[in-house]
Design a protein around this ligand. Sequence first.
Ligand SMILES: Nc1ncnc2c1ncn2[C@@H]1O[C@H](COP(=O)(O)OP(=O)(O)OP(=O)(O)O)[C@@H](O)[C@H]1O
Ligand SMILES: [Mg+2]
Length: 223
Amino acid sequence: MSTAREVLSVRDLARRVPAAHAPGRLLLGLAGPPGAGKSTLARRLCAELTGAGRVAVVAPMDGYHLRNDVLRARNAVARKGEPDTFDAAGFVADLRLLRRSRIGEPVPWPLFDRAVDEPTPAGVIVRDEDVVLVEGNYLLLTDAQAPGWAEVRPLLDACWYLDSPRAVLTERLLARHLRGGRSPEQAMVKVTDSDLRNAELVAASRGRADLVLTGCGAGYRIG
Ligand SMILES: Nc1ncnc2c1ncn2[C@@H]1O[C@H](COP(=O)(O)OP(=O)(O)OP(=O)(O)O)[C@@H](O)[C@H]1O
Ligand SMILES: [Mg+2]
């Protein structure tokens, strides 16, 4: 048993990942606001699980970003990252495929290439993995929050929520946008007008998580 204040290592968290019911796979969601560290935790958990004799893969929600030409046609480029700038229906359809597939059956999954700011179709092929770490912002939304997303949660066996203090999110997101080529002013506008608004929407879904974690140094605190 762990207390609420205990700091858990990635190894501790890996032990909390439920067993798969072979021949099906275990789908574990990792939700949370932009910049919380979901992709980082997913990568770390994947390595830890794989080292512990399971076979894990990361299936990010990010690969379902609509392409920039579609966003331009919808006049939605500035809103990139909001729930309706993703192909939620495609994400749900592929989650259903994963849900139905047996370990060993290939299921292509798109990735998101930050260097070109576009999705890469079939960026990874899920095949032999018994654990799929599905990570992204909007896994726990209701349809009242954003149409189309409520179908996600029932397709996951469990869903964890990774949080970070707002100041940490702001600092990380600013750094990311500066690295991506935005000026300091543009980066600040993107963070305050877009990322942090999305973070608030995501925060309202936190109560639906099976486990809430907050990054704490090299580890993760419960709650
Ligand atoms: N536990 C941690 N300690 C320190 N830095 C971290 C930690 N987790 C993530 N980071 C850093 O925070 C930044 C954001 O992390 P990451 O890309 O994993 O977040 P994310 O939740 O996947 O964001 P997004 O929703 O935008 O994809 C990265 O620079 C990463 O290196
Ligand atoms: Mg990420």
